[in-house]
Design a protein around this ligand. Structure first.
Ligand code: KG4
Ligand code: ZN
Length: 334
């Protein structure tokens, strides 16, 4: 029986229909409006979700060839994320589930990024080590079963995607910056400028990206506006390499500290080509299989939420009517 999943934790309005680990449909509507602000404006995001939630759900059902009355349960991201944005998704899910007395499955967004790896084809079985790097989070997750994960290390300040988006903005690129920075960096020399690879001497598994951003601000100030624009590709390449370096250094350290039979990725930054190649190289060196989840399943989507929901606690009608979203996750393990 099909499950409908809804994800609205940030600026993408997403709905998907799943049959077990099989994706029947996966619709993502990205909000272009944030580009002119250079970042996501929470209130603007909520308003767009309000307009898009119903058409996106209808499109997901139509793509799957499924009607509302065929649904078995409704899953929704409960947090962490932007509270107003989350509430639109949660209210939509309740409004679909309650009249049909369907169970509702509140789902953790980060569990979703991990659970993208449980989807067809080739679902990955735990245990495995998962590097999650997105616009809001950067962490190493030790995944021992389908139901949750242990946080082995996380960022102490900015997330990797946030650092990338800020650099992209400084270099005059659009939002979100990741894909554009990657394109620009492809024409640059990563060695042309020296960027600090933070935390590389720190023995733990935590990350830090705020110093990198500051380094770029100083370099570009020294170069001046014209020269920064002329050397943008080299700057992008060096900056991206420093982000990838830190992520891979910590991943290597986590692999050396534990017995992990496989490696997986999650989050928007995991769509990055140089990161994927570096992780693939590391895994090859260590003789560990690397699960390369599709790029569309790395960035925010509802299929990953449906996947996590299969291993989360459903709430029966009417218990979920008073259930609330949460903006910041309980720090630590899920
Ligand atoms: O997982 P996601 O879609 O949303 C959050 O949960 O934050 O991640 C979005 C982040 C943005 O910062 C975006 O710039 C970054 O992922 N991103 C990338 C790439 N595609 C998206 N970063 C680097 N390279 C990419 N190709
Ligand atoms: Zn995300």
């Amino acid at each position: 029986m099909p499950l409908l999943a809804i994800e609205t934790s940030c600026d993408d309005t997403c709905a998907a229909v799943l049959d077990g680990s099989r994706i029947l449909s996966n619709v993502i509507s990205s909000q272009a409006d944030h580009e002119r602000y250079g970042g996501v404006v929470p209130e603007v995001a909520s308003r767009h979700h309000l307009e898009l939630a119903v058409p996106v759900v209808e499109a997901a059902l139509a793509d799957a060839g499924v009607g509302f009355d065929d649904l078995d349960s409704v899953a929704v991201t409960a947090g962490p994320g932007l509270i107003g944005a989350l509430l639109v998704g949660l209210s939509t899910a309740k409004a679909i589930a309650a009249p049909r007395r369907l169970p509702l499955v509140p789902t953790d967004h980060l569990h979703g990024h991990v659970a993208a790896n449980f989807l067809d084809p080739d679902p990955l079985e735990p245990p495995f080590l998962c590097l999650i790097a997105s616009g809001g989070h950067t962490m190493l997750a030790g995944v021992r079963d389908h139901h949750g994960f242990e946080v082995l290390g996380e960022t102490l300040d900015d997330a990797a995607g946030e650092a990338i988006d800020k650099a992209a903005r400084l270099l005059g690129l659009g939002f979100p910056g990741g894909p554009e920075l990657e394109r620009l960096a492809a024409d640059g020399d990563p060695q042309a400028f020296t960027f600090p690879v933070a935390m590389s001497r720190d023995p733990g598994l935590d990350f830090s990206f705020s110093g990198l951003k500051t380094a770029l601000v100083y370099i570009s100030r020294e170069l001046g506006e014209e020269e920064t624009a002329r050397r943008a590709a080299d700057l992008a390449a060096g900056y991206q390499a420093a982000v990838v370096d830190q992520l891979v250094t910590k991943l290597r350290r986590a692999l050396e500290a534990g017995e992990w039979p496989a490696v997986a990725l999650g989050g928007g930054v995991a769509a990055n080509g140089p990161l994927r190649r570096a992780v693939a190289g590391l895994c090859e060196q260590k003789g560990i299989p690397f699960k390369e989840v599709n790029r569309e399943l790395c960035t925010d989507n509802a299929a990953m939420i449906g996947s996590a929901a299969r291993f989360s606690q459903p709430l029966a009608y009417p218990d979920y009517l008073s259930f609330d979203a949460f903006s910041t996750g309980p720090r630590g393990n899920r």
